[in-house]
Design a protein around this ligand. Structure first.
Ligand SMILES: Nc1ncnc2c1ncn2[C@@H]1O[C@H](COP(=O)(O)OP(=O)(O)OP(=O)(O)O)[C@@H](O)[C@H]1O
Ligand SMILES: [Mg+2]
Length: 368
């Protein structure tokens, strides 16, 4: 991370002093104000953290200006310059909220040391603010996790009722009934939802899946077809599957839910009318990995989204929870894989999920 720019406002009616000090201070951008009103106006318009202020400003009193500057910007770090070496003037400066004071005339070294202390204080405060923001975010996540766990139990029971009723409807429909696939999709979705709820409960104590899914092509094909019929009906979903099976120790419910979320994200980004490529393949990362790529032709991620899309609770949607992508990443990490989302060169967003898989069966090796 690059160091923040050093800025200093020099408030002195002696313009020669301001100019020569500005020239002498390397690496510090200086703004000069000859009087109080200019200093207050500059403070309003510019990002200033440190002020070097003369205690005598023509007819004006520097200590009262220091008070006004601090009232306008309480975190301002002020160094007062005084020509009087009296204890009284030092006390007055500190009482006015000055962080330090220098006795005029002073050497450049003294000024630089005083300023260094000021900038260190600013850096420390910035660091503290960042740590506080992180802590607030963690507390927010903790609260969300507690809420999710609390709701999950009741939700699971309601899903069981939905599932049971859908099963009855599915069984009663004649075999050729056009509604059968819809009932089937609804049943599959309620089963996936139950899985999701279980996962929410175990979000913080999840472990890698124990059973091996024989062929990842099946869930990818099934979910893509189901989404094409239902939530992505106005879109063009192109599916690209490898010729050979890919077996992987993957939790089927989590894997399907990941693809559902990526397709819903693509649908939201393209307002339900885009083209999406769903591709499954195999890559070598010092071991065998299955790679699922979902690429859309929407506007892609915003600058903020590129930095924050995997952050829990980050969402740009009014109805979003901001848990979709973090859950996919969580699942990838627990399995020893990886997940990333970026903007594709040709435009649109591209999400890539890689999970450890079994080596190709003899004679079915594939080059990627
Ligand atoms: N394909 C995409 N194109 C553009 N932006 C995207 C895409 N996928 C995700 N994003 C951005 O990342 C954010 C986080 O996505 P995530 O799936 O984690 O949550 P969400 O979709 O907002 O809510 P939900 O919890 O319902 O999934 C989205 O709100 C969106 O701003
Ligand atoms: Mg989402």
């Amino acid at each position: 991370m690059s160091a923040p720019a050093r800025r200093l406002m020099i408030v002195d009616d002696d313009l020669d002093f301001s100019v020569s000090t500005s020239r002498a201070l390397e690496g510090v951008e200086c703004l000069a104000a000859p009087d109080g009103p200019t200093a207050l106006a500059l403070l309003e318009a510019e990002e200033v953290e440190v002020v070097l202020l003369d205690i005598r400003l023509g007819g004006e009193d520097g200590t009262s200006l220091a008070r006004r500057l601090r009232a306008a910007r309480p975190e301002l770090v002020i160094v007062i310059m005084t020509a009087y070496a009296t204890v009284d003037s030092a006390v007055a400066a500190l009482q006015a909220g000055a962080y330090d004071y220098l006795r005029k005339p002073f050497f450049l070294d003294e000024l630089m040391q005083a300023l260094e202390r000021c900038y260190q204080l600013c850096d420390l405060r910035r660091e503290k603010r960042r740590a506080e923001q992180e802590l607030a975010l963690m507390r927010q996540m903790e609260a969300a996790a507690r809420l999710a766990t609390g709701l999950s139990h009741d939700f699971k029971n309601m899903l069981a009722v939905i599932h049971a009723n859908l099963s009855v409807i599915g069984q009663r429909l004649p075999p050729q009934d056009a509604l059968r696939p819809y009932a089937g999709d609804a049943l599959d979705a309620s089963a996936t939802a139950s899985e999701l709820v279980s996962r929410l409960i175990g979000f913080s104590r999840s472990s890698p899946p124990r059973s091996v899914l024989a062929d990842l092509r099946d869930p990818v094909a099934r979910v893509t077809a189901m989404m094409q019929r239902t939530l992505c009906a106005g879109m063009q979903l192109a599916l690209d599957l490898p010729g050979q099976a890919i077996a992987a120790p993957v939790d089927a419910g989590q894997f399907e839910a990941a693809l559902v979320n990526l397709l819903i994200n693509a649908r939201d980004a393209t307002e339900g009318r885009g083209r999406v490529e769903v591709r499954l393949g195999r890559v070598w990362r010092g071991g065998d990995y299955a790679r699922l790529t979902v690429r859309d032709d929407g506007p892609g991620l915003s600058e903020e989204g590129l930095h924050r899309a995997l952050e829990p609770l980050f969402t740009t949607k009014s109805e979003g929870t901001g848990l979709g992508l973090p859950m996919i990443q969580h699942m990838a990490l627990v399995s020893g894989g990886s997940f990333r989302i970026r903007n594709a060169e040709a435009g649109g967003a591209c999400a890539v999920l890689e999970l450890p898989c079994l080596p190709p069966a003899q004679g079915s090796g594939e080059n990627m």
